[in-house]
Design a protein around this ligand. Structure first.
Ligand code: 5AD
Ligand code: FES
Length: 357
């Protein structure tokens, strides 16, 4: 038994702040025993706050046009074989209608950085969705925009914004992105979103090219400080036709280990078991839930475009209808003793069963 490891795990479980060196030790000395213990603690913490409730978010992939050129991403602008599409407002509203009838109360509008999605257009769309479905939350995942833009989107009624920080290490950031993109602007966006009152989601890929345990430790230290409301992590999966197409994929085990750490570090965080995790392992999402995740984001995009929104290869759920995914997930969650709930699924600040005085 590794005494240092177990003393770091004990600190984490006691809610003490960890330093980057401790996080690095935790990441680089992963053992089966340590992972099992962390998973158990993470599930206990999640159960205390969220019970066995799993929140679903209907993911609508609005466009795969992107002006950015991130080296890892299958819809980067230099990927000339990417078959581009953009949904119109009616198509997006149809997805919401279908989602609502399936019980979804959060819609995530995700897309590449597509200049066609102007503030005017998005504000009108957000307003339409909110008017038609006032009991839903709208999450945006549309990349880096100006503070003015975020301000308008918030005023129009958007509730949450997902923008993974991707890596908290400046040099690593530059290894994953072209010079036109900057770590500073990424961080500026996250801070603006927070200042403006969005529930904010950060996150990173696990096993991204050039990533070392030190980088993951820096990610954890950043997340410990920033305390995002949501945190999306999933294994890196190579995408054909990108500069990283021959790089190895990230590990499911390491992703699960990090999910457990994140739950303990941020007890209230909304933590998805991501599609990338489900792509790397047919039971990946269930395993994610058992390691502390509490959110699933099934695809609500029109079936005809699902294969085109290919951030990475072999993505799951690109063939089925939304209703099939919904039923499939109900069964999968029920099988492991959890249930999908049909509410907005906001961060819960209090335990569900406060102890009686
Ligand atoms: N493998 C796994 N995740 C990826 N993403 C982009 N490309 C890949 C890939 N090849 C993630 C990024 C991005 C999110 C929308 O998807 O972290 O922020
Ligand atoms: Fe899509 Fe199972 S969640 S088929």
């Amino acid at each position: 038994m590794d005494e240092t490891l177990f003393s770091i795990i004990a600190s984490l479980e006691d809610g003490r702040r960890l330093g980057t060196d401790e996080f690095e030790y935790l990441v680089s000395h992963r053992t089966h025993e340590g992972a099992t213990q962390l998973a158990r603690t993470a599930a206990d913490i999640r159960n205390e706050i969220y019970g066995h409730d799993i929140f679903v978010r209907g993911l609508i992939e609005v466009s795969n046009y992107c002006k950015n050129d991130c080296y890892y991403c299958g819809i980067r602008k230099s990927h000339s074989h990417c078959d581009r599409y953009r949904l119109d407002d009616d198509q997006i509203l149809t997805c919401c209608r279908e989602g609502y009838s399936l019980g979804f109360r959060t819609f995530v509008l995700q897309g590449g950085e597509d200049p066609a999605f102007t503030d005017d257009r998005l504000c009108k769309l957000i307003d339409q969705i909110k008017t038609e479905y006032p009991d839903t939350a709208i999450t945006l995942s549309l990349g880096e925009r100006s503070r003015e833009s975020y301000t308008r989107l918030k005023k129009a009624g958007a509730d949450r914004y997902l923008l993974r920080h991707e890596t908290a290490d400046r040099e690593h950031y530059a290894q994953l992105h072209p010079p036109a993109m900057s770590y500073d602007n990424r961080m500026r966006c996250l801070q603006d979103l927070r200042d403006l009152g969005f529930a904010v989601g950060a996150g990173m890929m696990v096993g991204a090219p050039f990533q070392t345990p030190r980088h993951l430790a820096e990610d954890l230290a950043f997340l410990q400080d920033f305390q995002p409301d949501m945190c999306g992590i999933g294994p890196f999966i190579p995408a054909a036709g990108t500069p990283f197409e021959h790089e190895p994929a990230g590990s499911v085990e390491e992703t699960l280990y990090l999910l457990s750490i994140l739950r303990i570090l941020m007890p209230h965080v909304l933590l998805p078991a991501t599609t990338a995790l489900g792509t790397m392992d047919p039971q990946g999402r269930e395993k994610g839930i058992l390691c502390g995740a509490n959110v699933i984001m099934p695809n609500l995009s029109p079936v005809g475009v699902r294969k085109k929104y290919a951030l990475y290869d072999n993505k799951i759920c690109t063939g089925e209808e939304s209703a099939q995914c919904r039923v499939c997930l109900d069964i999968k969650m029920d099988h492991i003793g959890y249930q999908i709930v049909c509410d907005r699924g906001d961060v819960r600040r209090k335990p569900i069963c406060p102890e009686q005085p």
